[in-house]
Design a protein around this ligand. Sequence first.
Ligand code: 6CS
Length: 337
Amino acid sequence: MRFKGLKTLLAAAVLASSSLSAATWKYAFGEGMSDPQGIYANAFKDFIEENSRHKIKLYKVGSLGEEADMMEQARAGLLQFIGQSTGYMGSTIPEMDIFTLPYVLPTDTKELDHFFKNSKVVNEMLPSIFHKHGLELLSIFPEGEMAVTTMEEFHSPADLQGKKMRVMPGSPILVETWEAFGASPQPMTWGDLVGALKTGMVDGQENPTVWIEAYDLDNLTNVLTYMGHSHFNASVSANKKFYDGLSKRDRMLVQKAAEHAHKTILEEAQKLDAIGLGRIVRTNPDYKIVTLSDKEREPFKEAAKEVQESFASKSDSNKMIMEQMRKDLEAAKSGAQ
Ligand code: 6CS
C-alpha cells in the first residue's frame, strides 16, 4: 500500500516537472515583424512567455527560406508554429482556397469579423482538414481588402486583356480568378515581385493597402483599384504531433495565446489598412486611386461565378466547405446588424 502511494507520487512529480520544464518553440511566419502576421506572432510570443517558462523564437519571412519551405518545415516538425498567407496554401490544403475565391467574402468589416469569429467553416470544418495535413489550426484572420495596383487604369475585364498580373504562388484558384477576369496571371513569390514590377515582367499585382504602402508598391505602379473582390487572409497553425504531445496545461496555454493574438490582430489590422491608405494619399499625391462602381463590378462578379463553381467541383470536401461557407456568410450578414 505504501509502495503504491509512492509510485503515484513519483508519477505526479514527473508529470508536473514535464509541464513546468521550459522549452523553446520555433515560430516562422510569412511577413515582417511589424506587419499583421508579425503583430500576431509577437502577441502570441508575449502571451506564452508571460504565462509560462517557455520561450518562442520568431523567424520572419526569408529567414528560413520561402513560404513553401516554411510549410514543409512545419509539417515535418522542424518548426512548432507557422503563420502563412492563405494564398500560399491552396496547393497543399486545397480547401484553403475558399479564402482566395473572388466575390465570396464580404467587404463590410463588421460582417467579416462576425464571420471569422463564428464561422463553422473556420471553427469546425477546417481544423479536422488541417489534422490530415499534420497541422493543428489555431487562427485564421483577415489582413485587409485586396487592392490591385497596375500601370494603367482598368474598369472592365476587356481592359485587363493580356495584362500580366502577379498572383501568390500555391493557389490554383488565384490563377483561375485572374484568367476569368481577362488577365494573364503570373504566380510568383513575394521575393520576386518587386524585381518583376521594376523590369516590366508583370503589369500589376494585388495585396492589402497596408502592405502596398509598407513595401512601396505604390511607387512601382500608377494606379490602385478597389474592386471589392477579395480579402487577404492569413492562418496560424501548430505541428500536430508537437501539439498532441503537449501537456493539457500547455495545450490550453497555446489556445489562450492564439485567442489573445487573434483578438489583438483583429483590432489592429483594419486600423493599419486605413493608415496605409492615408500615407499613400499624403506621400504620393499623383497616385491614382480608383474604386470600381457597382456597375463596373458586375462583369467581374459574373466571371467570379465560374471560379466559385470550379472550386466546389474539385472535391466533395470543397463542395461541403462551399455550402457551409454560404450559410456562414448569411449568418454573418444578419449577425453583424
Ligand atoms: O504578396 C505576398 O506574397 C505577400 N503579401 C502579404 C500581405 N503578406 C505576405 C505575402 O507573402
